[in-house]
Design a protein around this ligand. Structure first.
Ligand code: ATP
Length: 251
């Protein structure tokens, strides 16, 4: 904990978020390697002024449309995402009516269970774990094992803070990938169908609010769906990544 940090500290919000990831490691939810991934994220966040930028808002709009139009979306959760936003991940699964599935880079049955317990403590009813009977193609690592009712049969996978190999493999397995990644140059950011270049702690609440609003305003009827399709058709992920990179270079 960093209780000595005054609220007026310019890095206050960032330090509080850092505390969450450190607590995640202590609880066995996040791997120590997750701290390094978080540090990389912090550096890119610094370069966008630690604020949600217009390009991220456009990507949130496209992500909401993509997730709402999908027949079977699944939320893939790793140790960093679980430590930073457990409540929001559960809320997203509730608003979409879709499963949460644990999938981690550094294989550990113990940590998979700790992540599932963390999500259950924040209100998740069920959390899927990888099984041995459903395997993704084009992946060599342990991460190829997925849940048959979850990622294996999903048409869109929401997978924040992902590594590039897996994002690419999901695409090659015919799935759409929606990600949140502060690094517009990462392989994940480039491979994904929709990349929100923003901090997960800011982007996820905005995404949930947007999905709720769209569900309420348009309903998920024919008219609403046509508008959502148009949002996706007009969306250009490469352009959003280029805008993010330009913003960072200017700073
Ligand atoms: P890739 O394999 O996709 O080229 P990488 O090897 O950097 O990228 P990882 O370290 O596996 O990928 O994934 C972490 C990614 O998540 C990094 O791109 C990092 O910038 C990003 N990241 C870390 N913390 C956050 C956060 N709080 N919000 C959004 N993105 C984050």
């Amino acid at each position: 904990m960093t209780p000595m940090i005054p609220k007026s500290h310019p890095r206050y919000a960032s330090l509080l978020v850092r505390d969450r990831i450190v607590a995640g490691v202590r609880k066995g939810v996040t791997s120590p390697d997750g701290l390094i991934a978080h540090g990389r994220g912090e550096a890119f966040d610094y370069l966008i002024g630690e604020k949600t930028q217009p390009f991220a808002k456009s990507s949130i709009e496209a992500a909401a449309a993509c997730l709402l139009l999908t027949r079977h979306p699944v939320i893939s959760v790793n140790g960093n995402a679980a430590a930073l936003c457990p409540k929001e991940l559960v809320a997203l699964s509730a608003v979409l009516g879709c499963p949460l599935e644990v999938n981690i880079f550094h294989a550990s049955g113990k940590r998979e269970k700790a992540i599932a317990a963390c999500l259950m403590n924040h209100g998740a009813k069920t959390v899927l774990l990888p099984g041995k009977d459903a395997v993704l193609e084009y992946l060599q690592s342990n991460r190829k094992y997925v849940n048959k009712e979850g990622i294996f049969s999903a048409d869109t996978v929401f997978v924040p803070l992902e590594d590039g190999d897996r994002a690419r493999a999901l695409i090659r397995n015919g799935k759409k990938v929606v990600t949140i990644d502060l690094n517009p140059l990462s392989r994940t950011a480039k491979a994904a169908t929709v990349t929100i270049v923003d901090n997960i702690t800011r982007a996820l609440p905005l995404l949930i609010t947007r999905i709720k609003m769209l569900k309420k305003k348009k309903g998920i009827g024919k008219m609403g769906n046509r508008q959502l399709c148009r949002t996706i058709e007009r969306y250009d992920n490469k352009n959003m990544l280029a805008q993010a990179e330009r913003k960072m270079r200017r700073r």
